[in-house]
Design a protein around this ligand. Structure first.
Ligand code: OAD
Length: 251
């Protein structure tokens, strides 16, 4: 892989890095992305599954779908891209990982801190009293799990269509984008706002923005550099560069 001299210099010396990951970072773990011919939204209608009205109409169906997704996710393992990002987190003083993914694979790889913009499929909370369930819930077919505290319906802690993103998490993500020197957007289609606003904001504030994707996206032309290929190949290579060049520096 060929990278620019500017990126090389930043890998060696940047003290503030922000990374946004999308579904593409988990594709090599065997978790389907959302868009594209193989994507989840090609097979399932978002309006039927990923919104609160659908849930209130037929919570058992939504739980069946999420239990299926959880099962797929539990069988999946973090891939080399997830692991390389953990390595970067350990090397860089100010490192922020922001994800659109709900699959918890960054945490399972060992990431210390992840800003989850769309929630986390492992968590569930009560629609009545907002209490979080203490365990990972897998529903039996036709059943709807309920809250131990008040008996209300439990729902997965994921952001559905028409819902707002967790505002404090989003603010933190924007602050990290505004102060970083280097920003990576990895496996994100650039179609899902507000997340797509993060690399744009980073660029406006002077960061060098690098896109890592298997193909060009809506955001490609607004990035400083584009690296096309699989996240599981490119991110570990960037991490290897980073750790080698940081070792070479006199302390
Ligand atoms: P998408 O499914 O929209 O896009 C996945 C991106 O990953 C595409 O640009 C692919 O080209 C790229 N890609 C696929 N395999 C890759 C690989 N091995 N390495 C690198 N890139 C790869 O996913 P997101 O942009 O994350 O939102 O958008 C997903 C969001 O849309 C979800 O969080 C969900 C959905 O609506 C909510 O549920 C709120």
């Amino acid at each position: 892989m060929t990278i620019s001299a500017r990126l090389e210099a930043l890998l060696r010396a940047a003290e503030s890095i922000c990374v946004l990951t999308g579904a593409g970072v988990s594709a090599e773990s065997g978790i389907a992305t959302f868009r594209g011919p193989e994507g989840l939204w090609a097979r399932f209608k978002p309006e039927e599954l990923a919104n609160v009205d659908a849930f209130m109409r037929n919570p058992a169906l939504i739980w069946e779908w999420y239990t299926y997704r959880k099962t797929v996710i539990h069988q999946a393992q973090p891939n080399p891209a997830h692991h390389a990002l953990v390595g970067m987190e350990r090397l860089v003083r100010d490192f922020t990982l922001v994800t659109q993914n709900v699959d918890n694979l960054h945490a399972r790889a060992g990431a210390q801190k992840v800003l989850e913009l769309h929630g986390n499929i492992e968590r569930s909370y009560c629609v009545e009293c907002r209490t979080f369930a203490s365990e990972i819930i897998l529903a039996k077919q036709g059943e709807v799990p309920t809250c131990r505290a008040c008996g209300g319906l439990l729902r997965p802690d994921v952001v559905w269509f028409g819902e707002i993103l967790p505002q404090l998490v989003l603010q933190e993500a924007f602050r990290a984008s505004e102060r970083c020197e280097l920003f990576f957007t990895v496996g994100a289609s650039g179609l899902v706002y507000t997340a797509a606003g993060l690399p744009l904001r980073a660029r406006e504030c002077g960061a060098y923005v690098v896109e890592i994707n298997t193909e060009p996206t809506e955001l490609s032309h607004r990035c400083s550099e584009r690296l096309y290929g699989k996240a599981g190949d490119i991110v570990p290579e960037l991490f290897a560069h980073m750790s080698e060049s940081r070792k070479e520096q006199p302390s």
